[in-house]
Design a protein around this ligand. Structure first.
Ligand code: IFM
Length: 453
């Protein structure tokens, strides 16, 4: 006989969803917005994106934001994490502010607050103003000051109402996929540049915290969001164990150590030699500017196999037989528990928010207009249960955000991947709340999940 248990979350737990500007807004050249590196990348390199698609229109959120806020209210969201498009606010990256760009986010914040939904603002989710890429992009040191200026401008306008701020989303992806693999904008393939980009992203995070704090007078909570994964060796062999350690270094510790300890990991310095930037005492202070929370994005674990053809970074990911997979990754719910406990024990962040978790499923609309996305419900339930386990074991987790509110532009995968709790028909821009959206609304109402057994 199967029994059901209810896992109740602490009072005040923040249930939210997340999106990012380029993935949903569209309106790529409206109301004074400048081009971003993603506009350029998609337009100039359609061969790098599924079916040559782009974010020119995306989910048309720039025009449909009121309807979208209505949907959020219907779901009962406690919080909504979205990103600001830097070139919408500062079309040249620095200098002249575009008032219409700021107005858009201003109205959005007001509408959210009117519905009792807490805005969680991400300053940077990969859409760098093209003008700044033309000056050198993230590998160029002075960009850190441009980012601080941008943070000041946004905080100057929204800081009287926004409590939660995230400086960067997934600097690993920006640095490595953008400047080393070249699969993402700006499409550069230069490993030393990628490492410099990573360093400057983290440094600019510290400067941005200082900029926000000096601009806002009310109490704010500022953090950064990292994409992290536990890394498991593919076998018991010593070679695979060491490979997993190296992959953990590149994926996790290269981003965690600088902001918590003001240094790059010793084993990474030994591995990459002079490619790893020297951190001066002044830079170490900026990097470790105190923050209020760590944002963790979790989708899957990584499994590493030693491969001598990768001399610097261990990239030989394997996909274990017998596991369950989504369109993009292995489904591995215990990984989020392992990760949250590890981050808490090794780095002691004051607070943790799970700022993204979700699954791409090839959803379709059934005969009666419903989207029955059972697999997404199962994925979310199993991961939320593991988050509950981490809270029970003491980890200071205060919120959980589903990626994503809406189906949207999944970067190089285009519109092929659907992550939303809300289905978007891209021909008509009609929105349909999926079964997972209705299920999540119940989780929020009850402040917990039902699990079997
Ligand atoms: O869509 C992305 C998002 O932009 C950043 N985190 C991972 C998501 C799914 O791939």
């Amino acid at each position: 006989m199967s029994t059901r248990r209810f896992l109740r979350f602490p009072d005040g737990f923040i249930w939210g969803t997340a999106t990012s500007a380029y993935q949903i807004e569209g309106a790529w050249n409206e109301d004074g917005k400048g081009p971003s590196i993603w506009d350029t990348f998609c337009h100039e390199h359609p061969e790098k994106i599924y079916k040559g698609q782009n974010g020119d229109i995306a989910a048309d959120h720039y025009h449909r934001w009121q309807e979208d806020v209505g949907i959020m209210a219907e779901l009962g969201l406690k919080a909504y994490r979205f990103s600001i498009s830097w070139p919408r606010v500062l079309p040249e990256g620095t200098g002249q502010v575009n008032p219409k760009g700021l107005d858009f986010y201003d109205r959005l914040v007001d509408a959210l607050l009117e519905r009792g939904i807490e805005p969680v603002v991400t300053l940077y989710h990969w859409d760098l103003p093209q003008t700044l890429q033309d000056k050198g992009g993230w590998p160029w040191r002075d960009i850190v000051h441009a980012f601080a200026e941008y943070a000041r401008v946004v905080a100057g306008r929204l800081g009287d109402r926004v409590t939660w701020w995230i400086t960067h989303n997934e600097p690993f992806v920006m640095a490595l996929l953008g400047y080393f693999f070249g699969d993402f904008a700006p499409g550069i393939q230069d490993f030393p540049a990628a490492i410099r980009a990573a360093f400057h992203l983290l440094l600019s995070h510290g400067y941005a915290i200082q900029a926000i704090r000096s601009t806002t007078s009310r109490p704010v909570k500022i953090g950064i969001t990292l994409n992290l994964s536990p890394v498991h060796p593919a076998s018991d062999s010593e070679a695979d164990r060491l490979a997993a350690q190296r992959m953990d270094g590149v994926l996790n510790r290269m981003f965690l150590d600088p902001i918590f300890f003001g240094r790059f990991p010793e084993d990474m310095k030994a591995l990459m030699g002079p490619l790893v930037p020297e951190i001066s005492p002044e830079d170490a202070q900026v990097l470790t500017t105190p923050m209020d929370f760590l944002g963790v994005n979790y989708y899957s674990r990584a499994v590493a196999r030693h491969d001598p053809t990768f001399p610097v970074m261990e990239l030989a990911q394997v996909h274990p037989e017998g596991s369950e997979y989504s369109q993009m990754w292995e489904i591995y719910p215990p990984g989020i528990y392992e990760l949250l406990m590890r981050v808490w024990k090794d780095y002691s962040p004051q607070l943790i928010l799970v700022t993204e978790n979700g699954i791409p499923v090839p959803d379709g609309v059934d005969f009666d207009g419903r989207v029955r996305d059972e697999r997404r419900i199962r994925y979310l339930r199993d991961h939320i249960a593991q988050v509950h386990r981490a809270i029970t074991d003491g980890a200071p987790i205060q919120g959980y955000f589903v990626w994503s509110l809406l189906d949207n532009f999944e970067w190089a995968h285009g519109y092929q991947m659907r992550f939303g709790l809300v289905y978007v028909d891209y021909d008509t821009q009609k929105r349909i709340i999926k079964d997972s959206g209705r299920w999540y609304a119940q989780v929020i109402r009850e402040n917990g999940v039902w699990v079997e057994g």
